[in-house]
Ligand binder design. Sequence first.
Ligand code: GCU
Length: 607
Amino acid sequence: MKRFVLVLLLAGWAHAVPASSSLIGNVNGRTTVSLNGAWRTIVDPFDNGKSSRFFRNEKPRNRSDRVEYSFDASPVLNVPGDWNTQRESLLFYEGPVWYRREFTYHNLANTRVFVYFGAANYQASVYLNGEKLGEHEGGCTPFNLEATSLLRDGENFLIVEVSNVRRADAVPALKFDWWSYGGITRDVMLVEVPTTFIQDYSVQLERGSQHEIAGWVQFNGAVTTHEVTIQIPEAGVAFKALTEANGYARFRFDVNKLACGKRSASKCSPLLKLWSPDNPKLYRVIISGEGDSVADEIGFRSIEVQGAKILLNGKPIFLRGISMHEEAPFREGRAFSSEDAETLLGWVKDLGCNFVRFAHYPHNENEIRLADRMGLLVWSEIPVYWDIDWSNPATLENAEAQLRDMIARDHNRAAVILWSVSNETPVKPERLTFLTKLVQEARELDPTRLITSAMNHVDETAPDVRTLSDPLGEVVDVVGLNEYLGWYWGRPEEADKMQWKATWNKPLIISEFGGGAEYGRHGDADEIWTEEYQQNLYQHQLGMLERIPNLAGMSPWVLMDFRSPARMLPGVQDYHNRKGLISNRGQRKLAFYTLQKFYEKLAEEGK
Ligand code: GCU
């Protein structure tokens, strides 16, 4: 008979209080009303909507009344979904679009209601029944706005102005190698919670431990201290903590000690089965208190570094990975659905991967939760990409907010092991200051995971030696290196002699390498854009990577061809980056099988 272990823990454990995001954690574990579907839309290229008060949803009151816009008469766009691939005329559109959703709602007693957006690219202004609810910046992070006081009992209208206009002080800035898909690109829902509710929580293994669970619960609306219970029924554990006056409770306990009581550890089997790619075990965890309760599926695993090794559950692991964009297979456009995630991560598994790099922005929650269930380790990144406005405090604040929201949404996901603060950013002092702040904030927000960045600044320390010497390498836990030998410089064969060195005794991940090929274009291995050229490049690269002494992992660029405004070669690229191992029509190129065979070999070698 499993023994229920009840623990009363007083406040005051030594855990950092995170500067919290206002995000409601695990919305899918709450009572929600979906607002997905067809929304009326007005394309507003000259940004007139604000001055014309589109947010008022006005309609002519009589036949002489002049109203120069009409949502009722306007075409629809599907939500979730980008506008670029829904309407031919909007493929290249960069500007504001106004969305309207009318819905009926009946207010509930003792209930607060938030409007939750999975994402809206890039900037959104939200209005309910003609009143402003709030703003959000950042195209790939979720946000929620409280609507309780503005909701009507009956007919309501929600209006959202979304703009994907690029700015030099934004994150990302003006130049990036992916399509700036505009629109409400992920789910929208009403979230109903009690007056005092569980805003968010973290239930994870303490860093480096395999049986100590530590975390916190944050209530919203609380005015007094009160009890919160965290249960893991399958493990027979339930414990109580008391919140501080601000509704925040911290907790920590040793599962084994609780389960074993006075018996020696040797006589007691560990309660928790640890999450890993081979056994992605998730436990139902229930957090409840003050009349609210949220259930979640959480895996418990430890992740840490030891010299140049990455240890998962105390054992070295080699990350057999691939990089991917959040691009929908076959239909193109922003991926968002669980079907999209199943197709894309299914291909990642087919490659023989245990790791995936979600580039270059936080991907949708369907992908993250599926990685949790499939046993795929995840690198998640914010779009601090190439050169941005490093000395601008507003840009830093923006990047910090995106970092906070990325961590807030996914900090209970065992699959996520790496937070990346940037990709291919130029080495200069203001950049290092900026990124160092992000790294510190990430560590404070989440002491359980590893911090990384994809760098590309190397020194030619000898004809066949390249040394990664970017000072950012000093600050992160794991060093990512993007190298394009055989594509942007040198010939593929030069990889046979090339040596790569990193200044620090830290795990090194080759976070990108690769070359372009158009599916179905065949020729000799030195004929660019052919599948044979790409295959040849991979063969030489894989040989080179195997010779890098402290390589801890790799995520070649890239799983699937994706749209990019920076790729304009007619008949080959046609606004697509063709470095995919799979075409945007789902066709596998020769190099797909080259990498698949290589990963098969590594897996057999226990790597
Ligand atoms: C860069 C960058 C990617 C880009 C790739 C490429 O390294 O990180 O976003 O798509 O190279 O040039 O194809």
